[in-house]
Design a protein around this ligand. Sequence first.
Ligand code: AMP
Ligand code: FE
Ligand code: FE
Ligand code: ZN
Length: 274
Amino acid sequence: MTTADLHLHTLYSDGTDTPRRVVELAKQAGLSAIAITDHDILDGYPEAFHAATELGIELLPGLEMSASSDGREVHVLGFLIDLADQPFQQLLADQRLRRIERIHEMIARLQRLGVVVTADDVFAEAGVEGTVGRPHVARALVRRGYVSTAKEAFDRYIGNHAPAYIPGSPMGPREAIHAIRQAGGVPVLAHPIYLKDDTVIEQLSREGLVGLEVYHSSHSPELIAHYEQLADHLGLLRTGGTDYHGSSKEGVPIGSVTVPYALVEALKQWKQNR
Ligand code: AMP
Ligand code: FE
Ligand code: FE
Ligand code: ZN
């Protein structure tokens, strides 16, 4: 059966592999299609596209947009985005600038806690071209020796209930859904397990959400069955993927969560008929 993995990160956000490497690994895993879904950025696409063309694997334009609702983080995947859409690219550039400001705010909090790490340490972890975020703060804290793992960095300092946490995106999920649709894309709620609230999914499905990420490396078989039913009940398309982050997230290699290619066709069909 031909299968796809529709949730992969590269070093354009908080993954650790180049887009080319991600495509190579997907090919080795025997996948026929993938989507690279970096946080708030589409810039990994051209490099990945070259590799995908060479290796004969299909690449869908994609991303994962950060939003927040009532203090909760909501991630919205966007598939089949029109890459030339300038207003959307501008929106993403603004989101990334806000992320840079946020790093400075988190650094100030950390310094008040006696943790001496600089914004430049964090930007060095992120590289120059991509999206900077908390995983890069975590890596800087590991490098400086304040914690021994990224998980410890989240638990002690930058996790959602930890003292140096600054909320991420000022955008609501409804805005993210709208922006993705405006750019020709298909909006899909990522990893609903982290939301733990089906009423939000119901609400978003009335506000333009098109799909639900039913299959994800953090979903148990029971949860998958639950989200399959919920997606059908709400008329949402199903998607799925590994949420691969390279060496920064162990135990979930590319291709460990896949979906049948028919679900990719359903996304394309929706875009065509919109
Ligand atoms: P940000 O978008 O900057 O708020 O960072 C969110 C990203 O951090 C998520 O997409 C995950 O990759 C990662 N993350 C969130 N919570 C944790 C955690 N507790 N441990 C490790 N990584 C996490
Ligand atoms: Fe991430
Ligand atoms: Fe996510
Ligand atoms: Zn992700």
